[in-house]
Design a protein around this ligand. Structure first.
Ligand SMILES: Nc1ncnc2c1ncn2[C@@H]1O[C@H](COP(=O)(O)OP(=O)(O)O)[C@@H](O)[C@H]1O
Ligand SMILES: [Mg+2]
Length: 265
């Protein structure tokens, strides 16, 4: 047992995402250096940072879509380069991802999109798949009649909800959201945040969310991590993070929008 696992056992807190001393480069440009980051079971961890600071690239590393140059990346205790492919697959099936802009399969109907991860995992007949797909669509407040539509015929808010239904199809213990409310108007954005809150109170999954929207951050976060200068410069509750002296934090939380988001509660 490693020192980190021992700590998790002692404190009774399970770490679902663990990144230690990450070094990550693209075309020999260093994006992340000496970066530590974690998400604990059941919490909403929000990742903030300037545009181009490497938030999406960090998510790609955590998802196993990008191989880091050095460091430890474990999801549910499993490293993506674990030679045991069953373990890797099992860990992968415990997380759901909602990509920026939805990223639905454009040639697939709503039904086929939500069914996709269920078919990939296998072991379910069509009746069971159908039952899960329609249950997930109802949970994200879509009508059965929407099942046959193609993504091109959906509004922006509906694309997000179908993506959420697909991300939750396998009842994941970790949901990853990259800018989930980007491109939605304030009403739609509020509705989407309420939806995620309601789903979480039912299913208690952990969330790793990237957002620059202060209202979304304020409404959902248990803890916040701030990415700047290639690593996580602050991590804690909103109150703790706001006190950390750093230019990005002062601008982000201390501006007009920050004051509005944090004094209205
Ligand atoms: N495929 C790529 N090739 C080269 N550079 C990239 C690529 N994708 C992203 N980058 C660079 O990596 C940096 C971080 O990008 P990203 O993680 O998307 O930032 P953000 O924090 O806005 O999500 C940016 O400077 C971007 O230009
Ligand atoms: Mg991004």
């Amino acid at each position: 047992m490693s020192a980190d696992q021992q700590t998790a056992v002692e404190t009774g807190v399970e770490t679902v995402v663990e990144v230690r001393k990450l070094l990550n480069t693209i075309d020999s440009v260093v994006l992340h250096r000496d970066l530590d980051f974690e998400v604990r079971a059941g919490e909403v961890m929000t990742l903030v940072g300037g545009s181009g600071s490497g938030k999406t690239q960090l998510v790609r590393v955590i998802l196993g879509l990008k191989q880091p140059s050095a460091g430890i990346v474990r999801v549910f205790g499993v490293s993506w380069n674990d030679p045991n492919y069953r373990r890797v697959r099992a860990a992968r099936e415990r997380m759901g991802m909602l990509f920026q802009n939805g990223a639905l399969y454009s040639a697939f109907t709503v039904y086929q999109n939500v069914a996709f991860p269920l078919r990939e995992r296998g072991g379910l007949d069509e009746d069971a798949i159908r039952a899960i797909v329609f249950a997930k669509l109802a949970q994200v407040e879509l009508e059965p009649a929407h099942a046959d539509l193609l993504p091109a015929n959906l509004s922006g808010g509906m694309v997000k909800r179908v993506s959420l239904a697909r991300a939750l199809a396998l009842s994941p213990e970790l949901l990853i959201l990259d800018e989930p409310t980007a491109g939605l108007d304030p009403d739609r954005s509020d509705a989407f945040v309420r939806l995620i809150k309601r789903m979480r109170s039912e299913y208690q999954f952990a969330v790793l969310m990237v957002t620059h929207d202060l209202d979304t951050l304020h409404d959902l976060s248990d803890r916040v991590s701030v990415l700047a200068d290639q690593h996580i410069i602050a991590c804690g509750t909103i109150e703790e993070v706001r006190k950390v002296p750093h230019r990005f934090i002062e601008n982000f939380f201390g501006g007009e929008r920050g004051r509005r988001a944090f004094t209205s509660a």
